[in-house]
Design a protein around this ligand. Structure first.
Ligand SMILES: [Zn+2]
Ligand SMILES: [Zn+2]
Length: 237
């Protein structure tokens, strides 16, 4: 094979890999570099006018909803563009339990424009850590996988060496909001050896926000001023 032919062979095959032909939601053929077909794109359920603090649909014309003006979370900004329901929920579950990374990758590509471009970028992406017992059991941390994908989109480095889970907590699913807060209390430790002032904490979904609040508390104590919470989806009740 001549060098030029080889080059076009490689570029054709790489673009084929980067541009999958089937919609991850319905397996129908895609056109014009779509990530999802139009109908699945609708079914993902973007939160149209999210509050900048809680991420829920905001009835106010301001950035912050009435509930957050009254009782704000500890963090300074949340980006969780999708509602955790329907197709979004199905794809995240597939990603979590069968390690199908391409589902997370398609979701991130479809919401990439929600994450910051050049200005006001966080210094680092910090995936919510698993306790090492849980990591050994599961074999991977989905928050880390999402961080890697987001790092590719935003050119912000991932840091897995400063934030740790020091307590092996019970799973949060099935607990009440108050139970979650109690369960996660003092679960993290953070050493600000890189002198971060602005970070984004990464998780797959935000449910009540109790884990994110506890991590934020730990980061603020170590001198981080601005904590953003980035995730794929927000549980909207
Ligand atoms: Zn589709
Ligand atoms: Zn709010």
């Amino acid at each position: 094979m001549k060098a030029r032919n080889f080059q076009s062979f490689i570029s054709a095959n790489v673009s084929c890999l980067l541009d999958p032909q089937l919609c991850p939601g319905c397996q129908h053929a895609l056109h014009n570099r779509q990530i999802f077909c139009e109908s699945c794109q609708q079914r993902l359920g973007t939160i149209r006018h999210p509050c900048h603090l809680c991420g829920l649909e905001n009835q106010n014309t301001d950035d912050i909803c009435a509930a957050c003006l009254y009782d704000p979370p500890r963090w300074q900004r949340i980006i969780a563009p999708l509602q955790y329901q329907g197709l979004t929920r199905e794809l995240i579950m597939q990603f979590k339990f069968s390690q199908s990374l391409h589902f997370a990758s398609s979701l991130i590509q479809s919401i990439a424009h929600h994450f910051p471009g050049d200005s006001a970028k966080p210094d680092a992406l910090l995936p919510i850590p698993l306790h090492h017992n849980r990591l050994m059991e599961r074999g991977y941390n989905q928050a880390f996988e999402i961080s890697r994908l987001l790092s590719r989109q935003t050119n912000i480095p991932v840091d897995t060496r400063t934030l740790f889970r020091v307590r092996d907590t019970e799973a949060q699913a099935g607990l009440t909001a108050r139970g979650r807060e109690k369960n996660i209390l003092k679960a993290f430790s953070f050493h600000n050896r890189n002198h971060y002032r602005h970070v984004a904490v990464i998780d797959d979904i935000v449910t009540t926000g109790s884990t994110a609040n506890e991590v934020t508390k730990t980061l603020h104590r170590a001198g981080v001023e601005t904590v953003e919470i980035w995730s794929l989806a927000r549980v909207c009740r």
